[in-house]
Ligand binder design. Sequence first.
Ligand code: ADP
Ligand code: PAZ
Length: 228
Amino acid sequence: MRLVTIDNGNTNPHVGFFTEGVLQSVVPLDQYSPTPGDFVLIASVGPKLSIQPSFDLKTKRTPTHFFDMKVNYAETLGEDRLIASYGVFKKLKKGERVLLIDAGTFLKTDFITEDGFQGGYIFPGISRFLKIYTESAQLPTLSKDLLFKGNADLPHTTNEAILKATELYLKACVEEVITKIAPDKIVFTGGDANEIKKLISSKVHAETDRHLIHSALSLIHDLHLRQE
Ligand SMILES: Nc1ncnc2c1ncn2[C@@H]1O[C@H](COP(=O)(O)OP(=O)(O)O)[C@@H](O)[C@H]1O
Ligand SMILES: CC(C)(COP(=O)(O)O)[C@@H](O)C(=O)NCCC(=O)O
C-alpha cells in the first residue's frame, strides 16, 4: 500500500508519496492520479477537492483537542496549521517550546509546547505582500527573486521602495514574534521557508523541514491509522 499525503494550500497544492514510512517524492497535485490501494490523507485549506480521503482527519478535532494534542484556538484553525503543528508536537523534547514558521501563501507563526497548540499569527506571505502594490495602485509587481539584493540605504527608486519595504515588513513581523514568544527552537516550513530564514538575525536554534506537512500526515498514519 502507498501512503499519499495531500497538502491542498492556496498557491501550490502538492502530493507526497510514502512507502514504508519514507517520503519518496513530492509532486504538484495536478500530476496525481489516484490508484486503488492508495491510502490518502488530506490537509486542505484550498479549493474543494474531488479526491476523497481514506480517513477524515476532521473527525479527530474536538473543541479542545486534535488527537492527543490540546488546541488552544477556535475550531476554525486551518488544517495545514493544525497538522503541521501536530507533527512538531509529537517530536518535542522534554519542556521544549517551538515556534513553527510556515511561509506559504500566508506566513503563519504558531507556538507549540508540551501543553499543545498555544496559538499564532497569520500575516500576508511574500508573494501576497508584493501583489498588494499592483492591486491597490499603479505600481509594479516585482518578483520575490529581486529581494535581499540591495544595500541598507534608504530606498531611492520605486522598485527599491517596494522591495526594501517588503523585506522590512517580513523581518519586523517575524522578529517581533520571536521576541514575544522567546521559543527554544524555530522550525521553518513552506515554499518560502528559505527566504524567511535568511531574514532572521535571532540566535534561536532553527531547523528547516520543507515537507513538514507531509511528514506530519505520515506520522499520523503510522501512530493512529496503520492497519497491522
Ligand atoms: N513550485 C512552486 N509553485 C508555486 N509557488 C512556489 C513554488 N516553489 C516555491 N514557491 C513559493 O512558495 C509559496 C507558496 O508556498 P506553499 O507552502 O506551497 O503555499 P501554500 O501551502 O499556501 O500553497 C509561493 O508564494 C511561492 O513564493
Ligand atoms: C491562514 C490560511 C489561509 C493559510 O493558508 P496557506 O498559506 O497555507 O495557503 C489557512 O491556514 C486557513 O485558511 N486558516 C483558517 C483560519 C485560521 O487558521 O485561523
